[in-house]
Design a protein around this ligand. Structure first.
Ligand SMILES: *Cc1c(COP(=O)(O)O)cnc(C)c1O
Length: 230
């Protein structure tokens, strides 16, 4: 298994990492990481089970927790490609976004959303989260100079896609991060359109990076998946 952040001189090139980062050495010798479709995994002893349940060792337990070798492998690969400390995989990009927002923001707090966003994201921020008392201020790409006037002490997240879907507006991640961090807000960048091949938002000051892996990461319109890295 590849470390998430090996020292630069030991680091393989991007195309090698796209193929091999996160590889799991299969005990049967399969040349690629096998697809483990199982919900639950067996243990040799109750002590081994408790070590995993209580967090003393990394192991396979129950797939919804991500404690499944196939999921762990893709999380290590995506963390490596985004130069993230860790990544979590989800069943869709919207699942990744919903989990990210719900785990970082609570009733009474505020989100700022810049530019065009994917339709599902617009609905989540504009219709679903307000039902929980979480409100979002939307600024168009030409209004970004108004950020200082919309950031408040309730703002927890500044969210944007760059480039945006579908209008391909581009935002300066470093400049946006500087302004958001000044009020203690997290910067969450949806990097679906750029992919980690072209841009690593965490290098420019973003706190979290999200992907709809359904798009370019999957690449063949044959799966839905999402990810969040930090
Ligand atoms: C498609 C898309 C999403 C939503 O992803 P799903 O995998 O369809 O849930 C989120 N953000 C962007 C930029 C997208 O293009």
């Amino acid at each position: 298994m590849t470390e998430a952040n090996p020292t630069p001189e030991r680091r393989a090139g991007l195309s090698t990492r796209c193929v091999h980062a996160g590889d799991v050495r299969d005990p049967q010798g399969a040349i690629h990481t096998p697809l483990y479709g199982h919900s639950t995994f067996a243990f040799d002893s109750t002590a081994d089970l408790l070590d995993v349940v209580e967090g003393r060792s990394e192991g396979n337990l129950y797939t919804r927790y991500g404690l499944n070798p196939t999921i762990r492998s893709v999380e290590h690969k995506l963390a490596d490609l985004e130069d993230a400390e860790a990544a979590l995989a989800f069943g869709s990009g919207m699942a990744a976004e919903a989990a990210t927002f719900l785990s970082h923001i609570k009733t009474g707090e505020h989100i700022v959303c810049l530019g065009d966003v994917y339709g599902g994201t617009f609905e989540l921020l504009g219709e679903n989260l307000p039902q929980l008392g979480i409100d979002t201020t939307f600024l168009t790409a030409s209004e970004v100079d108004q950020i200082p006037s919309v950031l408040t002490d309730r703002t927890r997240i500044v969210f944007f896609e760059t480039p945006t879907n579908p209008t391909l507006d581009v935002f300066d991640i470093a400049a946006m991060s500087q302004q958001a961090h000044a009020v203690g807000a997290l910067v969450v960048v949806d990097n679906t359109f750029a992919t980690p091949v072209n841009q690593n938002p965490l290098h420019h000051g973003a706190d979290l990076v999200i992907h709809s892996a359904t798009k370019y990461l999957g690449g063949h319109s044959d799966l839905t998946a999402g990810a969040c890295g930090r």
